[in-house]
Ligand binder design. Structure first.
Ligand SMILES: *Cc1c(COP(=O)(O)O)cnc(C)c1O
Length: 383
């Protein structure tokens, strides 16, 4: 049996938390958060219009370089709308990775489509280009109206890779394959605000990209999300359909299509503006923590996951691979018993009851990682 005592002392030490509960990830509100939220309250604009929403969207455009940014109620809603805007229709298939948070698959389903789960690669934890190519070559055919799944005849309407824990996936290779097959790519960048791949921000590669600002993400609006795109038509439509498709008018209620009320409230955007002002600091702290974990785990038999080649990762959640499930479980028990919050990665989406019937490729890497990976405390620590 491994004795994790010394390792746990070191983990506390490098998180600047000698005693008490050490969370996996807690938000830090040490900037203008209080001031902006109180200002939003004083203005009475706490709901779906207000200056902070516009400012939050402008800040997102600035940070990502995207032409359009549309704030939404949460990341799941943002991804659902992005898929519909990319052309996903009820009955379509959408390719994604089996290793992701359930929101990715939920958003596909909410758009009326069925996910197809493919494998990830071990060095990025993102959708494997080889798995995508193999699936398409074996199971798809090109038709006049796009790509179809050969056996079912269903349209393969989109591909949604996810940048796991902020590690950029090989999104340029995925896009090249998708282009060959006329499949639009939508990035689930919920975990990757602040990560760069080949110098370009995650979320900027696909036709649309989406973020989440849930309480556990690198910056939070309490709950929130956003869609970014460089396509003007899609950007304008994203705003329109997330705000009840109301034609601008001083008093008339004319809505020109069936649409959503998915707009981020101004109160949440106020919190978000203050948080985005801190993004660079947060990323620097997280990268520093990751570098210390890397040195710590270099002395152990376990593998701390480092950013993939050609990338600069924000290290949203730090992760380590144990040698097998038994060893992983022993570490989960020892760390959580000691007040250090750690957790395994998500159950592969292909094994969840709501998605058990979905098409899938071979998933050896996903299943192996699901047995061995543990997320370590990764928050920005005060002090
Ligand atoms: C957080 C997250 C989302 C969106 O979650 P919300 O809670 O709806 O904001 C989507 N995909 C992934 C991979 C996530 O981690």
């Amino acid at each position: 049996m491994n004795d994790f005592t010394n390792l746990l002392v070191e983990i506390r030490h490098l998180n600047n938390c000698p005693e008490g509960f050490l969370p996996l990830h807690a938000p830090v509100f040490s900037g203008q958060e209080r001031e902006y939220v109180l200002d939003a309250i004083d203005s009475t604009y706490v709901s779906s219009v207000g200056a902070y929403v516009d400012r939050f969207e402008a800040m997102l455009r600035d940070i990502t370089g995207a032409g359009w940014a549309v704030a939404c109620v949460n990341g799941t809603a943002a991804l659902q709308v992005a898929l519909v805007l990319a052309g996903v229709k009820p009955g379509d298939l959408v390719i994604t990775q089996a290793l992701s948070f359930v929101a990715t698959a939920n958003a596909i389903r909410h758009a009326g489509a069925e996910p197809v789960f493919l494998d990830v690669e071990v060095d990025t934890l993102g959708l494997a280009p080889s798995a995508l190519r193999t699936f398409l070559e074996n199971s798809a055919e090109k038709k006049a109206d796009g790509c179809r799944h050969r056996d079912s005849g269903r349209r393969i309407a989109a591909c949604v890779p996810m940048h796991t824990f902020g590690f950029p996936c090989r999104v340029d290779e995925l896009i090249a394959i998708c282009q060959e097959w006329s499949i639009p790519l939508v990035e689930d960048a919920a975990e990757a605000l602040g990560s760069l791949y080949k110098g370009r921000p995650c979320g900027r590669f696909g036709r649309l990209g989406t973020f989440s600002f849930n309480g556990n993400k690198v910056v939070t609006t309490g709950g929130g999300g956003a869609i970014i795109t460089d396509d003007e038509e899609l950007g304008v439509r994203a705003k329109h359909v997330t705000t009840t498709a109301k034609r601008p008018h001083r008093w008339e209620f004319y809505h020109d299509e069936v649409a959503w009320n998915f707009r981020l409230p101004n109160l949440n955007a106020a919190l978000g503006c203050a948080q985005l002002e801190r993004l660079d600091d947060f990323v620097a702290c997280k990268r520093d923590l990751a570098a210390r974990y890397q040195r710590l785990f270099a002395e152990t038999p376990w593998c701390f996951l480092v950013e993939p080649a050609n990338s600069r990762a924000l290290y949203w959640l730090c992760a380590v691979l144990f040698r097998d499930r038994t060893e992983r479980d022993a570490f989960l028990v020892a760390s959580n018993d000691a007040g250090i919050m750690t957790r395994p990665v998500w159950e592969p989406l292909s094994t969840l009851p709501g998605f058990a019937e979905c098409l899938r490729g071979d998933l050896p890497v996903t299943l192996d990682i699901a047995d061995r990976l543990v997320n370590l405390p990764s928050g920005v620590r005060p002090g």
